[in-house]
Design a protein around this ligand. Structure first.
Ligand SMILES: [Ca+2]
Ligand SMILES: [Ca+2]
Ligand SMILES: [Ca+2]
Length: 277
């Protein structure tokens, strides 16, 4: 009983200063740069340099501690950048965070605000959706990479033909552009509904896509999804993105050609983009 009576006093005594989310101040002598206040494996001083919180183990709240993210090469200050339990993906470290305030179709092209066109910054895609392993997997998880998004559907024969080429094309492009990934987005199953994980798994197995995120949306009717499609064209529709999530190549800007038609086209588009920087 005597111990219990002391407990409230002890708890009050344990309350830390209310600096949640702060980085250590250079002139704050009470914080030891060599210490690790939050036990995430990074010293307080290193956290100051990285811009992470010295008193929160998981600064961006994505479920991965700061030290784990630094080791994995993901961005500890961007919630969508993190490792995946399954899938041998090249995840992005997102050194340049996508400019979300200016994301969306700019409306300057012939399709106005109905579709993404070259130069647009894309919004994140597939929030709430999952990949073939059932993991929440969004487009922004791959920022920092060049990404070719292919919009497919289970019922679409040209999409099946394209899917059969993706693994080999990805490998070929990576020989020159190591930070390149495909992102196969399945808008519909055979019934026109959002594909179940079992459908994504089957698609992965049929076309040998284990190293490529095959992702289905939480809702395939929202603008977030439809603005990737070519309004009077169709699927498969391909969009090539720069590491900061700017559109480099869009089927909308290449009438009659919905995708870069192979690894050579993808490499050329990336080379032209790099030359233009
Ligand atoms: Ca720390
Ligand atoms: Ca931390
Ligand atoms: Ca984190």
């Amino acid at each position: 009983m005597r111990l219990l009576a002391f407990l409230p006093v002890l708890l009050i005594g344990c309350l830390a200063p209310t600096n949640a989310g702060m980085t250590p101040d250079d002139d704050d002598a009470s914080i030891d740069p060599a210490g690790d206040e939050d036990g995430d494996g990074l010293s307080n001083g290193d956290e100051g340099d990285l811009g992470t919180a010295y008193d929160e183990a998981d600064s961006d709240g994505d479920g991965f501690d700061d030290g784990i993210e630094v080791e994995a090469g993901t961005n500890p200050n961007f919630e969508w950048s993190h490792s995946f339990e399954e899938g041998d993906y090249i995840v992005g470290n997102c050194p340049v965070i996508p400019d979300e305030d200016n994301a969306g179709p700019t409306g300057t092209g012939s399709y106005g605000e109905d579709a993404y066109q070259e130069g647009d910054i894309v919004a994140n895609l597939a929030i709430g959706g999952t990949d073939m392993y059932g993991q929440e997997t969004t487009l922004y998880g791959f920022c920092g990479n060049y990404v070719l998004i292919t919009m497919s559907a289970e019922w679409c024969p040209p999409c099946q033909a394209l899917a059969a080429t993706l693994a080999e094309e990805q490998e070929t492009v990576r020989k020159r552009v190591p930070n390149f990934t495909m992102f196969e987005f399945m808008t519909q199953d055979n019934a026109g509904e959002e594909p179940a994980t079992s459908v994504l798994k089957k698609w992965t197995k049929n076309y040998d896509l284990a190293g490529i995120p095959v992702v289905g949306p939480a809702d395939n009717t929202t603008d977030d999804v439809t603005m990737w499609l070519i309004p009077d064209g169709g699927i498969p529709a391909g969009t090539l993105l720069a590491p900061d999530m700017t559109v480099i190549w869009s089927g909308v800007d290449h009438p009659g050609q919905y995708n870069p038609s192979g690894a050579i086209d993808i490499k050329n588009a990336i080379r032209d983009y790099e030359d233009s920087l």
